[in-house]
Design a protein around this ligand. Structure first.
Ligand code: IMP
Length: 195
């Protein structure tokens, strides 16, 4: 059986992916087996999350020597000209959710979108998939949730990502959209019996 390794330092992402795969299994859809791995990878600095993801996939493959997928995300806030975008991880570690709310203090325009990019690499083929979810930044922090979950309210929802169940988040999230693209491609590309 072939496993695809999900290389990440973030177990929350893996939990969401696993939940999605379990749901697919219950729907009797053929499943890809994903294993978690967290090799130390140094990310490049780039304006493009696609470039970051593809570089990360190649570095992860060099380390694991197995077919691998990696993910890179960004939260793009319209009123801040796309900030934090490719700097989302740094912004979360430094100013955090409160800092983002301060940047938007008294601002009624709070449109934002979350982008997810998955890159797959098996030593030969590099393939990249994207997902996007639009919404806005809440006016306060609504826990629980990880990362920017407590301040991001997706469109057509009354709750933040953090307040939604993991199942509901998976129905609408940037991550699930990108990951489903990967699943469709992978199942088509590889002989189902070998998955
Ligand atoms: P990265 O892909 O791990 O670099 O993600 C960039 C930043 O966005 C990190 O600070 C993550 O915590 C945050 N982030 C990415 N996806 C999500 C999500 O689904 N919910 C909340 N925060 C997220």
């Amino acid at each position: 059986m072939t496993f695809v390794y999900f290389a990440s330092s973030n177990e929350n992402k893996f939990l969401e992916i696993q939940t999605l795969l379990e749901w697919e299994k219950r729907e009797n859809k053929e499943n890809v087996k994903i294993r978690f791995s967290s090799p130390a990878i140094k990310e490049i600095q780039s304006d493009s999350i696609i470039e970051v993801a593809e570089d990360k996939a190649k570095k992860a493959f060099d380390s694991i020597k197995r077919p691998v997928i990696v993910e890179d995300d960004g939260l793009f806030i319209e009123e801040l000209n796309g900030f934090p975008g490719v700097y989302s991880s740094f912004a979360f570690k430094t100013i955090g959710n409160k800092g983002i709310l301060n940047l938007l203090a008294n601002n009624e325009k709070r449109r934002a979108r979350f982008l997810s990019v998955f890159s797959f690499f098996d030593g030969n083929t590099i393939e990249t998939f994207g997902g996007e979810t639009a919404g806005h930044i809440a006016t306060e922090v609504f826990p629980p949730g990880w990362g920017f979950d407590p301040i991001f309210k997706p469109d057509n929802e009354d709750l933040t990502y953090g307040e939604l169940s993991i199942q509901r988040k998976n129905e609408i999230s940037h991550r699930s959209k990108a990951f489903r693209q990967f699943l469709m491609w992978y199942k088509l590309k590889y002989n189902h019996h070998n998955i």
